[in-house]
Each structure stands twice: as structure tokens, then as C-alpha cells.
Design a protein around this ligand. Structure first.
Ligand SMILES: [Cu+2]
Length: 395
């Protein structure tokens, strides 16, 4: 992969930006609430994306000069090897007569490269053979006009035009290139920008023959080339800018919906915990009610193996069916525990602090209960610690 940075300084600056971006994210994660983390993340990602997009667009508009390739000269000093790149303009009189003129000089060798620009759609639908045949016919006609001789040859290529030209530099090794295009890019036609790209890449004279509608072919001047370059850069930058905006919008939608999801799940957790507590807690127990008082003590009781375990100080309850039994529980721990007996439909969430809860069973029987909060794994499975029995007797 090519580095997206044009220089080491630029890469280093981008690294600094990244480091500077990570600091607020870490701070927000450690000290802030979830929404702040999301906001900081969005701001930082946005800033990084904007910076990267700006760099990219700048490069599209104003591409850096590359190192030019200088091909060796082949043959005697008077020999000239001319590479002609054209496809749609191959039947233009101006181009053909210029090539005839060149071919009349015995020391000139001409190679015509006709890039067949085949769209992905044509490749998929298999229309490629017809297009290649058409291009071949056009090339044959052109070669026939220039004059069949050993000094003139031609080839069709369905590769990327610039790659095809690079290949020609490796095999034909031209001293000069003529690129012939229309004044603007057409379906299947060569990009007017191509001449500039060849000029940038290879240290040989490059002539650009431009065919404008209703006018004779003319050699494009420096100004025209600059205009082509700028127009193409602007188009590419615009296209990239558009896709960047779409990308940012999609990302923002994703982040926002994730944040909304986090918030709503946090809310519903809080709400269900609050509802559970409200359902079971009796704010004002009736004066005549029979109350059992007990405590939850973390590491309050030594187990048979010698370790200390979390405990409810009372784990066996006997109640009358249909009659509420109040439990005044002092949870001395900092986290909730529970008295949960699935078989009896009992689930009392015991919040930290002293609260009174209502224990009510509808059917007679003895039921195992246990704490469902992850506290002391061992104690949760051993009656007398974070587990026990509720016995309901018929009243
Ligand atoms: Cu527990």
C-alpha cells in the first residue's frame, strides 16, 4: 500500500494529532459519564477525518511531481522511435496525415497503441470481444493508411492506458510520445489528462494532439494542459468530498444510535432496579406487622474449608401462605444481594442500607432460595450463607 502521506513531516504531524486526540478520550473514559466519552470520541474522530480528507483533497488537486523515468535511446543516433497513443481519434485525418508524414522518414519507427477502454459493465456482460474486434478493425484501417511497413506497428490493449504506456516504455522504448485525444473525455475515449500524466512520468517529449469539435486538431499548449489537470483534480476532489460527507453522515448515525442504545439500556436497568426495589420495599410497615430482622454481612461467616464467606444472618424463613411476612434487612455490604426463590415466585432485591421488604408466598411448600447477584460464588450455592430455604405453611 502506498503511504497516504507525502512526507515524513506530514506523517509525524499526523501522529502528534493522533496522540493529542487519544488524551481527551482516555480522560473522558476514566472520569466522565458515557455520553461525554461518546461526545469526545465523535469530536476527535471528526477532527481526524476532516484533517485526513483535507490532505487527500489537497493531493488530488495538486499532485506532487514524481521522479521521471528516462528511457535509453535505442538504435543509431538518427533513429527516432515514436509511440502514438490514440483510440477514438484514430480515424481523424489530421492524426493520420501527421503519422504519414512521420512514416515517410525512413529513420522513424512508429508504434500505435490503441487502448480499448472497456467498462466494467461490458466486461461483465461479455461484450468485450465485440469491442476488441471493433478496435482492431479501426487500428488496421489506420495502419493501412499510414502504410504497412516494418517501421510501423500497432497494438490493442485493454489494460489501463497508463499501464499500457509503461509497458511500451519497457518493450518499444520510445524517444517521443504522441497522445491524441478529444478535447473532453467521452465514453470509451481517452482522457485528455493522459498526456499530462505521461509527461509527468517519462522524460521524453510528449505531444498532445487535441481534437476540438468543429476545429482542426491542434497541439495543446501549457495552459490547456494545466486547465485539464485542474479540472480533473477538481472533479476527483469533488467526488471524494461527496463520498466523505456520506461516510461521515453514516458514521454519525451509527455513533448516535449506539449512544441512544447505551443510554436507554442504562435507563431501563436503573428503572427495573428501582421498580423491583419499590415493589418489594414497604416504605411504612404497618405497626402490627410481624417483622423479622436480619443482616447481610460480607465475609461474615467462616465456611467449613476455613475461608470467610458472605452471609445472610438468617437464611431459613417460615411464613403462612397468603400472609405477608416483613423482612427488615440491614445490608451492610456496598452492593445489592437478593433472596430469590424461582419455585416460589420470590425475588427480593436487598439494597445496601436498612430497608424493609415483603415476603409473600401463595403455595405451601419448602423452597430453595439463593442470591442471584454475583457476589460470593461458593456462598451462593450453600444454604446458611447466600442461600437457604423458605417454608410456606397453610394458614
Ligand atoms: Cu449475594
Amino acid at each position: 500500500m502506498r503511504s497516504p502521506f507525502s512526507s515524513e513531516t506530514e506523517a509525524f504531524r499526523f501522529l502528534l494529532l493522533l496522540v493529542a486526540a487519544v488524551i481527551p478520550i482516555v480522560l473522558a473514559t476514566v472520569f466522565g459519564p458515557t455520553w461525554l466519552v461518546v461526545v469526545v470520541l465523535v469530536l476527535v474522530l471528526g477532527a481526524v477525518a476532516v484533517r485526513a480528507a483535507a490532505l487527500h483533497m489537497q493531493r488530488l488537486r495538486d499532485p506532487a511531481m514524481q521522479v521521471k523515468m528516462a528511457p535509453p535511446h535505442i538504435g543509431s543516433p538518427s533513429d527516432r522511435r515514436v509511440l502514438v497513443v490514440a483510440n477514438q481519434t484514430l480515424d481523424e485525418d489530421a492524426l493520420l496525415s501527421e503519422l504519414e508524414r512521420l512514416a515517410s522518414n525512413p529513420s522513424v519507427r512508429i508504434r500505435v497503441l490503441a487502448p480499448a477502454l472497456i467498462s466494467p459493465a461490458a466486461r461483465m456482460t461479455g461484450g468485450i470481444d465485440g469491442l476488441l474486434a471493433e478496435a482492431r478493425a479501426k487500428l488496421q484501417t489506420a495502419l493501412g493508411r499510414i502504410g504497412h511497413s516494418r517501421a510501423v506497428s500497432g497494438e490493442i490493449s485493454d489494460a489501463d492506458p497508463l499501464h499500457a504506456i509503461e509497458d511500451e516504455f519497457a518493450t518499444f522504448v520510445p524517444d517521443e510520445v504522441i497522445v491524441s485525444t478529444r478535447w473532453e473525455r467521452t465514453e470509451g475515449g481517452l482522457d485528455p489528462l493522459l498526456a499530462g500524466l505521461v509527461r509527468e512520468r517519462f522524460a521524453v517529449p510528449v505531444r498532445h494532439l487535441v481534437f476540438e469539435p468543429g476545429a482542426d486538431a491542434r497541439e495543446s499548449d501549457r495552459e490547456t494542459e494545466v486547465r485539464y489537470r485542474r479540472e480533473a483534480g477538481d472533479t476527483a476532489a469533488r467526488r471524494f468530498g461527496l463520498s466523505a460527507v456520506v461516510g461521515v453522515a453514516v458514521l454519525a448515525a451509527l455513533v448516535l444510535s449506539t449512544a441512544a442504545l447505551i443510554r436507554s439500556s442504562e435507563h431501563s436497568e436503573q428503572r427495573s432496579a428501582a421498580e423491583a426495589a419499590a415493589n418489594q420495599r414497604l416504605v411504612e410497615p404497618g405497626p402490627v406487622a410481624n417483622v423479622v430482622a436480619l443482616k447481610v454481612i460480607p465475609e461474615g461467616k467462616r465456611g467449613p474449608e476455613g475461608e470467610k464467606h458472605d452471609e445472610f444472618t438468617t437464611t431459613e424463613f417460615t411464613v403462612k401462605v397468603g400472609q405477608p411476612q416483613l423482612l427488615k434487612i440491614d445490608n451492610t455490604d456496598t452492593v445489592p444481594h437478593s433472596i430469590t426463590a424461582p419455585g416460589a415466585g420470590v425475588n427480593i432485591v436487598v439494597m445496601p442500607g436498612v430497608h424493609t421488604y415483603k415476603l409473600l408466598l401463595q403455595r405451601a411448600g419448602t423452597y430453595l432460595w439463593f442470591c442471584t447477584f454475583v457476589c460470593d460464588e461458593w456462598a451462593m450455592h450453600h444454604p446458611g450463607y447466600m442461600s437457604g430455604y423458605i417454608t410456606a405453611v397453610a394458614s
